[in-house]
Design a protein around this ligand. Structure first.
Ligand code: ATP
Ligand code: MG
Length: 330
């Protein structure tokens, strides 16, 4: 029998195998499917969604071991979809919302916040437990990591951010294990200088010009250290939501509420939406955080009644007094 060792150039084969496109770490993203998923959840931020979908497709397919898939900075008023977009990305790419790790940097402002993230140094009690940032990533490396209000973080935590965004590698204190972040997406949010940023947002109408002006402003006003700004792939400025967009979000939330009672809604009277928007505006001058509660109060009781009467599909109508009428239709 011929010696198979002589049958091919094994060195070349080895090199070819090593350079194969798929090392199990790169990811092929279906951009239109991603965009559709994001658009179904996040309303009124289309320019951002399109750019995110494209950027993530291009970045995730790259083989790069020394940086995260993407480092993103989300700015803009409260309640405009920043966290919602982060969740939507995590759900699509990493299969479940739970794959997202979220840290509130206003809680990372003490001397021990670094230990919390990457573990307690060796020799201390609980140094075996590891860090709240490093352990989950060690266990499953495909994650979206959200740091809210980064401007409030304690300076040593900033150094961790730099390392995370620049090298995609953090070493756990205590265990000494190196943790690979090259399959994560890092999202930072900030409310620093919100007023000035809001003003630029109102004054500069072209989206790209506006983002550029804000980047210049961030750099000049030293809101963040320049190394941080330098490691961010994209700055996205979320737009305030208009009445029509809030109405759309209200519809999403109504569908979600009905779904919790295993009901489908196929029509909602505009008068009801208008009522919800008015109630929302009264209580939450900023954003739409109260909208869910308002809709719950308006609709939950009647939805459950309809359910108990055997309905599976309903229309939400309004009578002359503007009261909700739930009409079963299936
Ligand atoms: N653009 C949007 N599209 C769909 N839902 C939205 C949008 N903006 C906000 N919401 C809804 O409002 C709630 C709050 O939004 P979200 O948590 O995304 O706000 P945020 O921009 O992260 O605000 P903050 O700066 O206060 O963290 C969420 O429950 C979400 O469902
Ligand atoms: Mg948020």
């Amino acid at each position: 029998m011929a010696d198979i060792r002589g049958m091919t150039d094994w060195e070349q084969l080895k090199r070819l195998l090593e350079n194969q496109d798929d090392d199990g770490k790169t990811m092929r993203i279906d951009e239109p499917a991603l965009l559709e998923h994001l658009q179904a959840r996040v309303k009124g931020q289309d320019t951002i969604l399109k750019d995110v979908a494209r950027l993530l497709r291009l970045q995730a397919a790259k083989q790069q071991k020394t940086r995260p898939i993407a480092n993103l900075l989300f700015l803009g008023p409260t309640g405009t979809g920043k966290t919602e977009l982060a969740k939507a990305i995590a759900t699509f790419l990493f299969k479940e919302e739970k794959s997202m790790l979220r840290f509130d940097c206003s809680e990372l402002n003490g001397a021990h916040s670094k230990d919390r993230l990457i573990g307690v140094p060796a020799g201390y009690v609980s140094s075996e437990q590891g860090g709240q940032l490093t352990r989950p990533v060690m266990a499953s490396p495909r994650r979206l990591i959200l740091f809210d209000e980064i401007e409030k973080a304690y300076p040593p935590v900033f150094d961790l951010f730099l390392q995370l965004m620049g090298e995609a590698r953090l070493t756990e204190q205590g265990s000494g294990k190196a943790v690979d972040f090259s399959q994560t997406i890092i999202v930072l949010t900030s409310n620093a200088h919100a007023e000035q940023i809001g003003q630029i947002q109102r004054e500069v109408t072209d989206y790209h010009d506006m983002v550029n002006s804000i980047k210049t402003y961030l750099a000049e006003s030293k809101v963040f250290r320049p190394e941080i700004v330098g490691r961010i792939d994209r700055v996205y400025v979320f737009q305030p939501l208009s009445g029509m967009i809030i109405a759309e979000i209200a519809l999403l939330k109504i569908a979600k509420l009905a779904e919790q009672y295993r009901l489908k809604v196929h029509f909602v009277a505009p008068e009801l939406l208008l009522q919800a928007l008015a109630a929302n505006e009264k209580v939450s001058r900023f954003g739409i955080r109260e909208l869910e509660r308002i809709l719950d109060e308006m609709l939950a009781n009647q939805l459950l009644q309809a359910k108990d009467q055997g309905a599976r599909e309903v229309a939400l109508e309004a009578n002359e007094a503007g009261e909700v009428i739930v009409v079963p239709s299936g």
